[in-house]
Write a protein of this length. Structure first.
Length: 532
């Protein structure tokens, strides 16, 4: 009799598509013992999520599965659907990656958790309610008796993830599969979720299959690790074995795929390109006829100065005001205060007056897929701005500019007639950078441009941004919650919290000797080593 709780033996998964067969997983084997945490790591497309979904028997009908998946000795690939439904939720449960798409936006969170108890434990809604409140309290939702009637959109990202954890733990499973449960979260919230999972694991004695591409988390969270690449298992072992003496080249690449190096300092005599004083942004919460409206102040009196060729990094949690400040500086949001670009006051300019400046001030957004039109080819996406800002260019000149820009961001110009969905995440981000770069701007707002990318892809995009900055004398405002990326790119750093700057200084000062407790908490949560 085996001591393993879950055994996956020579698992292969093929998808039968109209264009042919795609092999997603090939002869993968690993096991999990009761109470342990196994990390399944690899980049996007490595097959880790497909492997875990196969264990839950949740793959679509077009998937063909072979091999064996045994839970407590029972082969899950051969059990009846009715038996699998009893195992799923009761004995094995799963937390999915994106809580906002995993939760029903039209249903209160209490009802969604209660549904699990009704289906698996045969409780009615009245019986389930106190158990739901208890679960919400266990996962750290404040005021659970009131929050039980909230809708998902009324909760923060971290709170929504806690609701998913409550749903997964409702029946006290023996195995919890956590598929990238911290990817979309701020570093401090990420640390809280990891601590919560560890606490709940000890309380329930459950095993965890933790799926991630972040080896920094794995090092501090898991007992053992299994590395996957292109659907294959390439290496496994204890944390000390794999991190201390990685055998496979791919594992070594993942471990070393942290942004490294520092940006060359900018001469302090360089002129100031963008300057802001006492910038404030507020949003109306409620409008009243007989008395003053209610407002929320998202940015509260911030001063900022950026020299030509400089990179200013802004870090902080979601809701700190980072992106709101960036959009206000580009006059994409209404704001109060003084904003000067290249010596000219732009705070009072209307839309028409700002248009000639738009080609000099560009933005690269967080989600490259969402910011690129799926109806346009890559060539059309890149040349769209040229038609608006440089109407005097003829077709041949626009084509030449497109080709030159694609080459600058290390993309084959021959691919310009393809559509965004035909590219990887890293390639789409390069396309977004090319769209901004084709206008030959002086200033780029980079709003979380690497957060949706694998670590190794992040490194290549960071190197690209460094090279482009040096080549074109670009000035960057770089917004991120990833402190290691900011350290690799920025000259100076502003730390924001609740719409205010709580600490600022050179990159070396902030990372070597953070003064404020909030900054120190960010560093600890991100596992940042000041000496790195």
């Amino acid at each position: 009799m085996t001591d393993n709780l879950l055994e996956i033996d020579n698992l292969s998964v093929d998808f039968q598509l109209p264009t042919g067969t795609v092999s997603a997983v090939q002869d993968v084997s690993f096991s999990i013992q009761p109470g342990e945490t196994l990390a399944l790591v690899g980049e996007s497309g490595s097959g880790k999520s497909v492997s875990s979904t196969a264990a839950m028997r949740l793959l679509p009908e077009l998937a063909q599965t072979s091999g064996a998946i045994r839970f407590k000795g029972e082969d899950l690939l051969s059990v009846t659907p009715k038996r699998m439904r009893r195992i799923r939720g009761n004995a094995i449960s799963m937390i999915f990656q994106e809580p906002m798409t995993s939760l029903n936006p039209l249903q209160r969170i209490g009802a969604q958790i209660a549904e699990v108890l009704e289906k698996h434990l045969s409780l009615n809604r009245r019986q389930a309610r106190p158990k739901v409140i208890e679960l919400l309290e266990q996962v750290g939702i404040p005021d659970p008796s009131r929050r039980i009637d909230s809708y998902p959109y009324e909760l923060s990202g971290g709170q929504r993830q806690r609701v998913l954890i409550a749903m997964a733990l409702a029946c006290e499973p023996e195995l919890l599969i956590a598929d990238e449960p911290t990817t979309a979260l701020d570093v401090t919230v990420q640390a809280q979720i990891l601590a919560l999972l560890k606490d709940l694991q000890a309380r329930y004695g459950m095993a965890i299959l933790f799926i991630t591409h972040d080896l920094g988390i794995v090092r501090h969270f898991a007992d053992r690790v299994c590395v996957m690449r292109h659907g294959e298992h390439v290496e496994s072992g204890t944390i000390s074995e794999v991190f201390g003496n990685p055998r496979h080249d791919y594992t070594r690449m993942l471990i070393e795929a942290d942004p490294r190096g520092r940006k060359a300092p900018v001469d302090t005599t360089m002129p100031v390109l963008l300057e802001a004083k006492d910038v404030r942004v507020r949003f109306a919460l409620k409008k009243h006829l007989l008395h003053d409206n209610e407002y929320f102040e998202a940015v509260r009196g911030i001063d900022l100065s950026i020299r030509r060729g400089q990179t200013v990094g802004i870090v902080g949690e979601s809701g700190s005001g980072k992106s709101t400040l960036g959009r206000a500086l580009l006059r994409l949001l209404k704001s109060r205060g003084e904003i000067r670009f290249d010596g000219s006051d732009i705070a009072t300019l209307d839309t028409g007056s700002m248009r000639p400046l738009r080609s000099r001030m560009q933005v690269v957004f967080q989600d490259p897929f969402g910011s690129l039109s799926p109806r346009l080819t890559v060539g059309e996406v890149i040349s769209e701005g040229l038609r608006v800002h440089y109407p005097e260019l003829n077709r041949h000149q626009r084509e030449t500019r497109r080709i030159e820009t694609l080459e600058e961001v290390a993309l084959d110009p021959a691919m310009r007639n393809r559509y965004p969905h035909e590219f990887s995440g890293g390639q789409r981000q390069r396309i977004a950078i090319a769209r901004a770069l084709v206008l030959k701007p002086e200033f780029l707002l980079l709003d979380e441009p690497t957060s949706a990318l694998d670590r190794s892809v992040q490194v290549t995009v960071i190197d690209l941004l460094r090279d482009l900055q040096q080549k074109h004398d670009l000035t960057y405002l770089f917004i991120s919650h990833d402190l290691s990326v900011v350290r690799a790119l920025a000259d100076t750093v502003l730390v924001m919290k609740d719409g205010q700057v709580v600490e600022q200084g050179t990159t070396e000062e902030i990372f070597a000797n953070p003064r404020e407790r909030y900054t120190q908490e960010l560093m600890r949560a991100a596992f940042v080593d000041a000496a790195a």
